[in-house]
Design a protein around this ligand. Structure first.
Ligand SMILES: [Zn+2]
Length: 426
């Protein structure tokens, strides 16, 4: 079947656009913060309420809702019994004070793409080769339960379900305990994927600066994420003479500063951050005995990442001497530069082209669920512009016209996947 035969132009009617924007506004009310953002950490109250609402939305449009053993939420559009699925979605959980668009946009766009296609197939009587599964991956953000991308990691076999379910938050609540009362868990592997598509906000400013509507993601930056503990000795913050101190917070501070200096040394090709710092006992008159921090290193060049790691290890040894502390470093999560399948990038490019949207290739710096999925099935990742590149911030914003353009291209991509354009036999 030629692509012209299955798609001839935009599927986003004014009614569809209005329905999408209305649902997006409703969605943004779950966990809404006064400054216009959201707080929807995985399996927290707002995440649970939003999932209930989403299940109703899917059901109302004729999709069958299902869960797997790690709480991934699926909306199944079954048109060809027994056939595997085009998996399309993103995540609805968020960082503690986050924007409305990160993940949530991609899940809602996936749902509306499925609604459009369900109508099309129902009207035409055509039966696609593959079924469609809308997915809301569990705990992509990893703010409450580490690591991030947990749901897709379990789905793709990167992370054992028992390990994920036993992971605890700061209060000692496990993923299993948090999910059990919600009903969002089932003793199932979830629907079998044949292809995957995800659309997401860029979270950078390349598309906006270039005036480009659609980013065709060709590969992800490599990343290494560490849990680092700095061990010293508790002491009186006034009385203990300075040379006797083994100050764990001083050691951690040197490390935080060095992580930034390291990124400056590889300007533009290395991103580093310490996103969390726990201090013990964190008491006014006590020199800290222990600190724990989460350190990220990311680069588009694996050689740079390896070199940065080497320099960092040398600096750890220096910090141990300077602050008289002991440093332990554990790798908690890593991924390499794995390209998205080029034939998927080409498919997405031709969809953007024939629908008349400007487009360009782009890399993703952040990890996404599609980063996992592309290891098991052909996967397409699309970006839409983020205003000023602001993300993981309540001021995160994407223009309506950009969201709708993305929905249009995503719909076409899912349509073409479902009709078997990249099927192994065709
Ligand atoms: Zn995201």
């Amino acid at each position: 079947m030629t692509s012209e035969a299955i798609s001839s132009g935009t599927a986003i009617t004014p009614e569809r656009a209005a329905a999408f924007l209305r649902d997006f506004a409703t969605m943004s009310e779950f966990g809404a913060t006064p400054a216009g953002g959201v707080d929807r950490q995985a399996a927290g109250e707002a995440d649970i309420e939003q999932r209930r609402w989403f299940a109703e939305l899917l059901t109302a449009h004729g999709l069958r809702v299902q869960y797997d053993r790690i709480g991934n939420q699926f909306g199944l559009l079954d048109l060809n019994p027994g056939a595997p699925y085009v998996m399309v979605g993103s995540h609805m959980d968020s960082q503690p004070t986050a924007g409305r668009y990160d993940g949530a946009y991609g899940v809602l766009a996936a749902a509306h793409a499925a609604f459009v296609l369900a109508n099309e197939w129902s009207e035409s009587g055509k039966r696609p080769q593959y079924n469609v599964a809308v997915v809301n991956w569990f705990n992509e953000e990893g703010s409450r339960f580490v690591p991030s991308m947990m749901g897709s990691s379990v789905y793709t076999g990167v992370l054992a379900p028992e390990t994920a379910l036993a992971t605890t938050d700061k209060d000692g609540v496990s993923v299993a305990e948090a999910l059990a009362p919600t009903g969002f868990i089932d003793d199932s592997d979830g629907p079998r994927a044949a292809f995957c598509a995800e659309i997401h906000i860029e979270q950078g400013r390349l598309l906006e600066n270039a005036g480009t509507a659609i980013g065709l993601v060709t590969a992800s930056w490599a990343a290494k994420k560490y849990v680092v503990t700095v061990e010293g000795d508790q002491a009186h913050s006034g009385a203990t003479v300075m040379e006797d101190r083994r100050d764990a917070l001083y050691g951690a501070a040197l490390l935080v500063v060095f992580a930034r200096e390291l990124a400056d040394r590889f300007a533009g090709v290395l991103h580093t951050a310490v996103g969390q710092l726990d201090v013990y006992p964190n008491s006014p008159v006590v020199v800290a005995s222990s600190t724990r921090l989460l350190l990220d290193l990311r680069s588009a060049d694996e050689a740079v990442l390896a070199e940065a790691n080497r320099i960092l290890s040398d600096r750890f040894a220096e910090i141990e001497r300077i602050a008289k502390v002991t440093i332990h470093q554990t790798l908690s999560h890593e991924w390499g530069i794995n390209p998205y399948q080029p034939e998927g990038v080409e498919l997405a490019r031709s969809s953007a082209e024939r629908l008349g949207y400007s487009h360009d290739e782009i890399l993703t710096v952040a990890g996404h669920d599609s980063t996992n999925m592309k290891k098991i099935v052909p996967t397409i990742m699309l970006f839409v512009p983020s205003v000023e590149g602001i993300s993981h911030n309540e001021r995160e914003h994407t223009l309506d016209e950009n969201m709708l353009a993305g929905l249009d291209v995503l719909t076409d991509v899912v349509r073409r996947f479902a009709h078997g354009e990249l099927a192994p036999s065709s």
